[in-house]
Every structure is written in C-alpha cells, then in structure tokens.
Design a binder for this molecule. Sequence first.
Ligand SMILES: CC(C)(COP(=O)(O)OP(=O)(O)OC[C@H]1O[C@@H](n2cnc3c(N)ncnc32)[C@H](O)[C@@H]1OP(=O)(O)O)[C@@H](O)C(=O)NCCC(=O)NCCS
Length: 149
Amino acid sequence: MEKKTVIRPMKAADIDTVVSIEQAAYRAPWSEILIRDCVTVGLQCWVLEIEQQIMAYGIMAFHQGECHLLNLCVDPKQRRQHYASHLLDFLLHLTCKSEIPSMFLEVRPSNTAAMNLYKKKGFIETGIVEDYYREGVEPEDALVLRVTL
Ligand SMILES: CC(C)(COP(=O)(O)OP(=O)(O)OC[C@H]1O[C@@H](n2cnc3c(N)ncnc32)[C@H](O)[C@@H]1OP(=O)(O)O)[C@@H](O)C(=O)NCCC(=O)NCCS
C-alpha cells in the first residue's frame, strides 16, 4: 500500500525535528530561535510528513503582495524521492490561491539540486545579490529566481 503523504502547518512540537534536519542540511543552519520565530510570527511554515515522520519543510513569507520562499529543505536521508517537488507544488498552489502573482527566492548558483528543482518548476533568474552568503571563506553571490503564477 502506498504511504500517505501529508502536508500540514508546522507546529511548535515539530521544531526540534525541523532544527535537526536544518542542522544536517546546511553549512550555516538557521537557529532554533529563528525557526521558532517564523512559526510564532505567523509566516507560512509547512511540513511534509509520511507516517508522522517529517521529511521536508518549507517556510515562506507573504508580504505586500509578494511571496518570498525563505527555506525549502528535505531531510538528507530522504532526498531524491520528489518530496521537495511535491512540497513546492503545494506552496506554489497556496501562493496562487492567495492571489499573489509570483514567488521569488535566493539560491546559491552552486546548489545544483536546488537550481534544477527550481528551473523545473519554471523559475527564471531575475537578479544577483552580491556576497549574499558570507559564512564560508569567500562570500558567495546569490541568484534571485522568480516564477510567475
Ligand atoms: C534542493 C532539495 C530541497 C531537493 O530536495 P529533493 O526532495 O531531493 O528533490 P526532489 O526529489 O523533489 O527532486 C526534484 C528535482 O530536483 C532536481 N534535483 C534534486 N536533487 C538533485 C541532485 N542531487 N542533483 C541534481 N538534480 C537534483 C532534479 O531535477 C529532480 O527531478 P528528478 O528527480 O525527476 O530528476 C534538497 O536537496 C535539499 O534539501 N537541499 C538542502 C537545502 C537546500 O539547499 N534548499 C534550497 C535552498 S534555496
């Protein structure tokens, strides 16, 4: 029998799991406080779970008629199973339903997995933010990608 995928709002009780995925996934992970704040202030924070296990999460902000995808992350042990693709489809649909005409995000050009994913979903490059990522030895630019809904 196929396992049931559920996408639901992130709750305070999910934060420990989300933080551990975040720490496993990123060189410069968001802090627990930052993730908790995202939930508390009412950003769009969603988790994708299978049999009550969180596989992926996404955080976006709706602000002044714009949608900014701030984080999209899949548990490193659970990649290449289209969880990001599924969650991103959901977030795009939610944005569209909220009558927001586009979504934008920043991404490292060297992040091949994310670049391929976003390009598949129709995102196109609309700008560069110089030295956006500063945690490494050398700062790295971010590409700004946008999709029209
Ligand atoms: C980017 C990320 C979210 C993709 O998650 P995922 O669930 O493994 O991706 P999916 O299985 O949904 O893949 C969808 C498409 O993305 C592309 N893709 C995903 N992982 C890839 C990889 N390692 N190499 C190349 N392309 C990849 C492929 O085009 C894939 O489609 P396909 O499987 O039909 O070929 C995941 O690698 C991740 O969490 N990375 C760390 C956090 C991060 O960098 N987030 C993005 C910040 S902007």
